[in-house]
Design a protein around this ligand. Structure first.
Ligand code: T5A
Length: 219
């Protein structure tokens, strides 16, 4: 059931490591601002005070001690607070929300890669997300090798590897497949973007999707 309090549009970006999500979140916010659309950018795990605290715990590797379902519950707990404190209030005010990762990351990372029964992941999604589902999900798709090389290059500039960047290539290839399956199952909500292109080309492809699907413009 659609959420009657959901006035703004809710856009999420998903994909593997180093796909360029954070870069494109910023680009989307700039384009929307140029249109005079008030926009809030946020991320998961995190996006509210309590969820940011949980982010530290989860990405430090602590959550790895739990089973995949335990880990999925930790991400969902952070998501509940993020929705309550940040996302829903903004959408209710008519603000557009652009979020770096959301529920599909739980389905791909914990669900598919952790071999959790899909019905369990969907049940968790119903509890944590309820009616506040994204209007548009941009799945940034690129070969795992390219994403990992981008993340590694960024680490050379001082950033640390997190819990999932440390996994092997096979893990990241399975992750890519899993995001493409999510997109194929929900074509109306999801758009697959070729993230191997340069930043400006990716940004242009994303903007076409937003214009066509959310602003109802012909492109
Ligand atoms: N997770 C998250 C779960 O397991 N379950 C969940 O439910 C949720 C919500 C989050 C981790 O948590 C997991 C998934 C993640 O492993 P994070 O630190 O937020 O950790 O990591 P990511 O979301 O993966 O974000 P990254 O910062 O690693 O990647 P981005 O945001 O996709 O990429 P970005 O924009 O930072 O770009 C990476 C580098 O590539 C360059 C950028 O300049 C940057 O240096 N770049 C490009 N280079 C060439 N061409 C392009 N088109 C480029 N776009 C960006």
């Amino acid at each position: 059931m659609a959420d009657p309090h959901h006035q703004g549009k809710f856009i999420t970006l998903e994909g593997g490591e180093g796909a360029g999500k954070s870069t494109q979140v910023r680009a989307i916010a700039e384009r929307l601002a140029a249109r005079g659309i008030e926009t809030l950018t946020t991320r998961e795990p995190g996006g509210s005070a309590k969820a940011e605290e949980l982010r530290e715990v989860i990405l430090s590797g602590f959550a790895k001690q739990f089973s995949p379902i335990g880990e999925a519950m930790l991400f969902s707990a952070a998501r509940i607070d993020h929705l309550d404190q940040t996302i829903r209030p903004a959408l209710a005010r008519g603000v557009w929300v652009v979020c770096d990762r959301f529920m599909d990351s739980t389905q791909a990372y914990q669900g598919a890669l952790g071999n959790i029964d899909p019905r369990l992941i969907k049940a968790l999604e119903r509890v944590a997300v309820g009616p506040t589902r994204p209007d548009l999900t941009l799945i940034l798709d690129l070969p795992a090798e390219i994403g990992l090389a981008r993340a590694a290059a960024r680490r050379k500039k001082g950033a640390a590897a997190d819990r999932f960047e440390g996994e092997d290539l096979e893990f990241h290839q399975a992750l890519r497949k899993s995001f493409l399956e999510i997109a194929a199952a929900e074509l109306e909500r999801c758009a697959v973007i070729d993230a191997a292109q340069d930043v400006d080309q990716v940004s242009a492809q994303i903007w076409d999707e937003i214009r066509r699907r959310l602003l109802k413009e012909s492109v």
